[in-house]
Ligand binder design. Structure first.
Ligand code: GLP
Length: 240
């Protein structure tokens, strides 16, 4: 793993956006794996700026998001469909028929997961952007998920629901299930870019960098991948 240590969130966002922009400039029909959560918001803002300055176009880019909550309508303010539109897609020239997220709002979640898995098998993700959960989850692959896991319907860990309740009015409103790319899907990406910022990620980053490989810590699966870049700020690196 290549580790890039930066000062703060601002610098982390700028470095991440540079890496994505460099790929899109080099390969105009790049396929991006995208993440949600608080961490990549700054990266999306910087990519929008670069697009406005005419430095990059997403016209031929296709995207696959990591995950989506079950039971939330696409228009729900906390659905990842809504997140991606408002924080990124609506502000760049991407064509929406090249954008993919799991369909968490359909009646049959298992079938939706299978369909997404099939789409992923037919695609080739050039760069997968990842955040990391405080319990080491990537996407919504919670501790204990086999590294061989493909796209599936996951019951969210209480830790994750608690971490994410800040985006909702109460814990009860946080969905109990989600559809997520599995760890094996994530590992198929050509390159992986993991971002971590702030003290709340320091323990997870310590385990990722200093610890061994174990299914109890999902992000450790990345140690198996040949092209992983991790960008961390000073606070996330504080236990190293
Ligand atoms: C969420 C997402 C992950 C994300 C992680 C960290 O639950 N499913 O893809 O990386 O948790 O989120 P944050 O960046 O808000 O800390």
């Amino acid at each position: 793993m290549k580790i890039i240590k930066v000062k703060d969130y601002e610098e982390l966002s700028a470095r991440a956006a540079e890496i994505v922009a460099e790929l899109v400039q080099r390969k105009e029909d790049a396929c991006l794996g995208l993440a949600t959560g608080g961490t990549p918001l700054g990266m999306y803002r910087k990519l929008i700026e670069k697009h406005r300055l005419g430095e990059i176009s997403f016209k031929n880019v296709s995207t696959f998001n990591l995950d989506e909550y079950c039971e939330l309508e696409k228009t729900h303010p906390q659905s990842y469909h809504h997140y991606m539109r408002t924080n990124f897609f609506n502000h760049v020239d991407i064509e929406m028929d090249k954008v993919h997220l799991p369909e968490g709002d359909t009646a049959d979640h298992e079938a939706a997961a299978q369909r997404y898995n099939q789409l992923l098998k037919e695609a080739r993700i050039d760069l997968q952007v990842l955040g990391i959960g405080s319990n080491g989850h990537i996407g919504f692959n919670e501790p204990g998920t086999p590294f061989s896991q493909e796209t599936f319907v996951v019951r969210l860990a209480e830790k994750t629901r608690n971490d994410n309740k800040r985006f909702f009015n109460s814990l009860e409103e946080v969905p109990e299930h989600a559809i997520t790319m599995g760890i094996n899907n994530i590992l198929q990406a050509e390159a992986i870019l993991l971002l971590a910022s702030g003290k709340s990620k320091a323990e997870a980053i310590h385990k990722l960098i200093k610890g061994g490989m174990t299914e109890e810590f999902p992000a450790s699966a990345l140690k198996n991948h040949k092209n992983v870049t991790v960008i961390i700020d000073e606070e996330a690196a504080s236990l190293l």
